[in-house]
Every structure is written in structure tokens, then in C-alpha cells.
Design a protein around this ligand. Sequence first.
Ligand code: C5P
Length: 205
Amino acid sequence: MIVAVDGPTASGKGTLARAIAAYFGLPYLDTGLLYRAVGRQVQLAGTNPDSAADALAAADFPDALLSDPELRSEAIGGFASRVSIHPQVRAALLERQRAFAQQAGGAVLDGRDIGTVICPDADVKLFVTASLDARADRRFAEMQSQGREITREEIHAQIERRDERDMNRKDAPLKPAPDAFVLDTTALGKDAAIAAAIEAVEQAR
Ligand code: C5P
């Protein structure tokens, strides 16, 4: 069983994808981390994330970079969103994601284009969303608990910018697949959202 989980930043898709993977005993891949590693590599090299050639060079990153805690920062999220615009970068990361999805027994992948591009034949497609305000609140709480110095206004603006870029790019824009089940988590707490996601997978499989 292949489960595709897509959605905008801070929608809760990562939490839900991990919970689905644990519940059904499937391996899990956070594909955002791959784009984040490319963004981090560009930052470390001091090259230009808006240049397709520079971004593509960074797509050849060492595996060790995937465990760099800096990858989770909003700054690297911004770099990731910029490098992910280039079709060459997306193509360079495609096989790795498909190979993960096609392992025996199935897998859960989360990202922006899993149901539309990476695994268009996935058995289950979930599109997780929440209002911009709810997502900004969640990201702000997360940043505060990590002791990061950032205001809610800054987070709101960053999320808005990232949504705008992810939804309007030409190649693999963020959007629900026509056959995706849309789960809006705005009014749901974590446990209720997990229960709803597992129920949706049970129904769709
Ligand atoms: O999900 P996460 O916030 O970690 O993703 C970081 C960025 O990587 C996103 O804003 C998006 O631009 C890009 N991304 C993508 N396709 C994916 C996963 C992430 O373009 N499948």
C-alpha cells in the first residue's frame, strides 16, 4: 500500500504521515527533507538558490546532510522552496522518492507533489490543509518551544510567502490530486486529526 500525503507547510501533514506509517507498519519518507538538504547545501556553498545550475549542483548532497538539525529551520525551508522551483532539481530527486515508494510492502511519503507527480497511482492520497492562521499559530508554538527568536508576524509572513511560491510554480505546484481526500485540520487537535487521517486511509485503501 502506497500512501501519499501532501499539503502546505505547517498543515500537520508530517505528524499525520508519521502516525499513519506507525499505525500500518509502513516505512516513511519526509520528502521535504530532500529539498531542505539541497537548500542547506546551497547555503553552505554560498551559491545562488535561484540559479538552476547552482541548485542542481547542490542536489548531489552527501547523505549525512539529511541528519543536520539546521534542516528544520524556517530559513532553510525558504531556501528549499526556492531551489524546488527548478525542474532540474525536482527531476534529480524523483527516482530516489519513487524507489522508496515502490519497496515491497508499501510506504508512506509526504510532500507537495506525491499524489500528483511522484506516485500518481498511490492507493491512498491525503491532502492535509489548515487555515493560514492556524498554521502560523502552530509553527509559532513550535518555534517558541525550541527557544527560537521569531515573532508570530514574521512566521505568518514566511508561511504566506512559501505557500505562494509552492502553489504558483510551473513544475509540480502544490495542489490536491483530483482523487485526493482533503483533510482540513484547522479545528482539530492532534489526536482528532490522527484519528481522522487513519480513518480516511482505512476507507480509501
Ligand atoms: O515540507 P517541507 O516544509 O519540509 O518542505 C520544504 C520545501 O520543499 C517546500 O516549501 C517545498 O517548496 C519543497 N518541497 C517540494 N516538494 C516536495 C516536498 C517539499 O517542492 N515533495
